[in-house]
Every structure is written in C-alpha cells, then in structure tokens.
Design a protein around this ligand. Structure first.
Ligand code: ZN
Ligand code: ZN
Length: 372
C-alpha cells in the first residue's frame, strides 16, 4: 500500500503522469498506474507536477537583521521544496541555523560563509581575520548533510579593501574539502573587478547575480559581453540568476540570452523584504520573468530542479524518477496579464502566471499560500 498516490497529473512536456509514493520516496511512475491502493490519493485534475523546486540562493536564518526569513515562507508556501541558504551563516552561527531549521517543513541546506560571522553586517569580509579556515572545516565535518557549499561575497561593500583575498581563501578551503566542493561567488560593485573574480573561478564554481545592471557587470561600455565572461562560461563556470533586490536587469539578460550566454540555474536571492515588497516576491514570479525571454516551461523547470541538484550534489533530488525523494511541486498556469519588474525598475508585461498549489516534501503534502 502506497502512502500517497498522485493521479491525473501533467508533466511539463504535457504528457499525463501519475506518481506513487512510499516512505518519502517515489516508487512508481507512469501515465496510468493501475491496481493502486494508497492511504491518501490526491487527484491533480490535470495540473502540472514537476520535481520539487530547489532555490539555490536564499537567505533564511531568522536571527539576522539584514537578510533573513522563515525558510517555510520562501519554501513550501511558494512551491519551493528545498531552499539553499547562500552564506547567511558562518562557523560562528551555522550550528544554530542547523538546529532551528530541523523544525521546518521545507528542506533547508546551507552554504557556509567564508567569514565566520556570516552576514551579521554587510561587510562580513572587511576584516580578513574573520576567515578562520580550521573553524570552517570543522563545521563542514560536523554538518555534512547540511552544509552543501561555500559562499564568498566579492563586492566592495562586503570586502571593503580586501579585494579578491576572500576568494583566494575560499578556493584554498574548497581544495582541502576535495571532490569539487561547491563554491558560490556573489559579485556586485567594484573593486574587486569582475574580471579578477572570474579569473579565479573554475568549472562548476557558481557565479550568482550574473545578469545584474551594475557597471562592474558582464557587459562592456558598448553593451557587449566581455570576453573574460565568455571565457569563464566556456570553461564551465555555472551562471546563476540570484535575482535579489538589486541584481537582475532585463536589458543585461536580453543581451546575454540573444548571444547565448544563458543561465544554468534560476534562483531568487529571496529574504523577508524583497519577498514582501518585491521585486522578487517568489520563485514562480522569477520563472515568469525568465520565460519572457523565450525559455520554455520545461527549460525553466530544469533550471530549478535537475540543474541546482547537480550543482550542489543533491543526488536524490531534482528528478521525477523512481527511488528519488518524493519532493514535488504541483502548479497551474493561468492566462493573466501582469506587469513584471526587474531590480532596476524596468517593466515587462506577461500574459501568464505560474501558480503553485501544493508543495510535497518527502511525501508530505502542503498547500501553498495561493491555494485556499
Ligand atoms: Zn549576493
Ligand atoms: Zn544573497
């Protein structure tokens, strides 16, 4: 007997799909499952169902004052079954973050900040003595199933006069951890220059806030993509959206997409304020924006399922596949005229909205906030 039977669903390619779940795992998949007995049946009535959405750039350690949120507000209430916090905490406070988040319904993972303080203040890397390698390595060994990467924020207000020193330290730690431990790098205002940051990044390192509209960005003075950006892209650096309050620009993105410099993953950089006041709001709104540039539903869903699971080595997540975790997102698409904003006040109109209705985490079904 199954724990949960999802019937009459629709996969992102439009085909019919039914899913059987037992003990938190997907154990059956097909267009029509037969001879099913289940403790609970959910008739999806033709709604879409995909692997659970993974947001690989969030800020959800509730005890901070700058960037903070309740993981379930960013997670199950919006169709996101897994959030990865991007360096809100460091070795000083990541244990507390771990303990708090064990009580959440959303799967919560963390990248550990290269600064031991995490983002207690904007300039967490302004004092290089806050990089304590042994403490960081100790945290990673204590929470191996929680800490899935390292985060280094490389913009002027964060590093002050330390330039690329934090990233050099992060690369050193990454090598000690081996197995290509994931490393995400935030970029913004200079110094440090984007070129010197990218030159230190290797295949499978993740650059977030790629399509921002700042002067230290991916475009040169003539509005063309910088050659060092192409070099990093071709070397296999993973380009991530990381929308945020200040880091996603429609014009930058349109130039990049036209030239084929496309993102591998879509993330929100969500926290309390940009969730409530915009321009982020939630993952679904971010997906709607990316779709305005010609990406199909199947493509954007891959960018929040298969791809982030690969980047962060979440080997049992990101796919609708037997023996994978029963993390699923159920959603509808409605015809609906709306105006979408980037981080710089530019507007585009959209004629569809993506509305998550259920988040299913380890086989447990939760209604989203849009489902009443
Ligand atoms: Zn950032
Ligand atoms: Zn962030």
């Amino acid at each position: 007997m199954l724990d949960l039977y999802l019937k009459n669903g629709k996969a992102v390619d439009g085909t019919k799909i039914e899913i059987g779940i037992l003990n938190g795992k997907i154990i059956a998949l097909g267009q029509n499952l037969t001879d099913i007995t289940a403790k609970k049946t959910l008739d999806l009535k033709g709604k879409f169902v995909s692997a659970g959405w993974i947001d690989d750039h969030t800020h959800c350690y509730e005890k901070l004052s700058l960037y903070f949120d309740d993981p379930d507000e960013d997670g199950i209430k919006t169709g996101v079954t897994t959030v990865i916090d991007a360096g809100s905490t460091g070795s000083d406070n990541i244990k507390d973050f771990y303990e708090i988040t064990r009580g959440k319904k959303t799967n919560v993972y963390a990248m550990i900040n290269i600064s031991k303080t995490g983002i207690l203040a904007q300039d967490e890397l302004g004092d290089i003595s806050r990089i304590q390698e042994n403490q960081l390595l100790d945290s990673v060994s204590k929470f191996p199933n929680f800490i899935v990467g390292i985060k280094a924020r490389e913009s002027h207000s964060v590093v002050i006069n330390n330039g690329i020193l934090p990233l050099i330290a992060a690369k050193k730690v990454q090598h000690k951890l081996g197995g290509h431990f994931p490393l995400m790098v935030h970029v913004g205002a200079n110094p440090p220059e984007l070129k010197s940051v990218l030159n230190l990044m290797d295949k499978d390192d993740i650059l977030t806030h790629v399509y921002n509209g700042k002067s230290n960005g991916i475009l040169d003075d003539n509005g063309n993509i910088e050659s060092f950006v192409w070099e990093a892209y071709q070397r296999g650096v993973i380009f991530d959206i990381g929308h945020g309050t200040d880091s996603f620009n429609f014009k930058t993105f349109s130039v990049a997409v036209k030239d084929g410099l496309t993102p591998r993953t879509i993330s929100t950089d969500i926290y309390n304020r940009n969730r409530k006041n915009g321009p982020v709001y939630d993952m679904a709104t971010t997906l709607e924006k990316i779709m305005l540039f010609g990406f199909s539903l199947a493509q954007v869903i891959d960018m929040v399922t298969i791809e982030p699971a690969k980047s962060f080595h979440l080997i049992t997540k990101g796919k609708l596949k037997v023996n994978f975790d029963a993390d699923l997102t159920v959603f509808e698409i409605k015809e609906n005229n709306k105006v979408l904003n980037d981080s710089n006040g530019n507007k585009m109109s959209s004629n569809k909205s993506i509305n998550p209705v259920f988040s299913i985490v380890g086989g447990n079904v939760y209604k989203t906030k849009g489902n009443d």
